[in-house]
Design a protein around this ligand. Structure first.
Ligand code: PDD
Length: 286
């Protein structure tokens, strides 16, 4: 079944959508994106995703083609036109197409707006119950990792390094500190205290990361937002990753060594339950 997508003002089957090879997204990876989970046809934390998209476009000096209300309409319509109850909506905005290859930003170009959706793929129960493996890797990305740009080749190389090692994620280290995963944020638990690296230009400000910190605060879980040393990561009692599609997923093996006792820890389980309760409340409109 082909998804229905939105491309520059038109809804159409995904397999019929066409963009020019001279689009700056294709030539320069010149654009930003968002991945928004949709539960029971309701986009989760849409306002925050749209705010982050706006921040990315601002950082890239691309004028946001739509205000929040229009984005909500476009995404709502796309969700309604697709068959799945739970979806993963992908929004991409590139600087557009000038018709020639040119490093300088052309003025007055209409951005290319592409939105598509697929069935939300949840983490398999076996992974959720046993946890997953991760490798560590040097974070060799650029210094604007706070922007969610479509220039993801470094992230793809790192993720594939993890997959080749039979793992699910690469946890990235820069100058001896934890930054994030190749497509996720990373949390650590030591002595019952949840640790999260502070937002900076070195990591993406995750929407799920924010929810987890809010849940820790509202439930009285002891936590600190501070830089995490490689050694603290390696000797953690628990590690988990967060992302819009994987939610809260325990990492039970790091570079071939068990994390804690090698099983998902109590804080990760608790956080997962809080996250599910929170989602259910939001979806009920509470
Ligand atoms: N990626 N860090 C990076 C580098 C990411 O690519 C992502 C998400 C996150 C988590 O952010 P959030 O909680 O807002 O999903 C952190 C998405 C899912 C992707 O590229 O598919």
């Amino acid at each position: 079944m082909s998804a229905i997508c939105y491309l520059d003002g038109e809804y159409l089957p995904l397999d019929q959508a066409r963009v020019s090879p001279m689009d700056r997204g294709f030539l320069f990876a010149d654009g930003g994106y968002e991945v928004i989970p949709v539960y029971s046809r309701q986009p989760f934390r849409l306002e925050q995703h749209l705010a982050r998209l706006d921040n990315t476009l601002c950082g890239l000096e691309i004028a946001n083609p739509h205000g929040t209300a229009r984005w909500r309409e476009l995404i709502g319509e796309l969700v309604a036109r697709n068959d799945w109850h739970d979806q993963s909506v992908y929004v991409q905005v590139t600087r557009g197409c000038e018709g020639r290859r040119n490093h300088a930003f052309p003025h007055g170009l209409a951005p290319t707006v592409f939105i598509t959706s697929e069935a939300l793929v949840t983490v398999p129960a076996v992974q959720r119950e046993a946890g997953v493996g991760a490798i560590t890797a040097a974070d060799f990305r650029w210094l604007r990792c706070d922007l969610k740009t479509i220039a993801l080749l470094a992230n793809c190389l790192l993720r594939n390094q993890a997959l080749k090692a039979g793992c699910v994620e690469a946890i990235l280290l820069r100058d001896g500190f934890l930054t994030e995963g190749s497509a996720s944020n990373i949390f650590v638990v030591r002595d019952g205290i949840m640790l999260a690296p502070p937002k900076s230009h070195l990591m993406l400000p995750g929407i799920t990361y924010d929810v987890v910190l809010e849940l820790a605060a509202s439930n009285g879980l002891r936590h600190q937002v501070r830089e995490i040393l490689e050694q603290e990561l390696r000797s953690a009692d628990e590690i988990w990753l967060t992302s819009s599609t994987k939610e809260v997923l325990p990492i039970t093996c790091l570079d071939g060594h068990p994390v804690g006792d090698g099983r998902p820890g109590p804080v990760a389980r608790q956080m997962y339950d809080w996250y599910q309760d929170f989602k259910a409340r939001v979806m009920r409109g509470g």
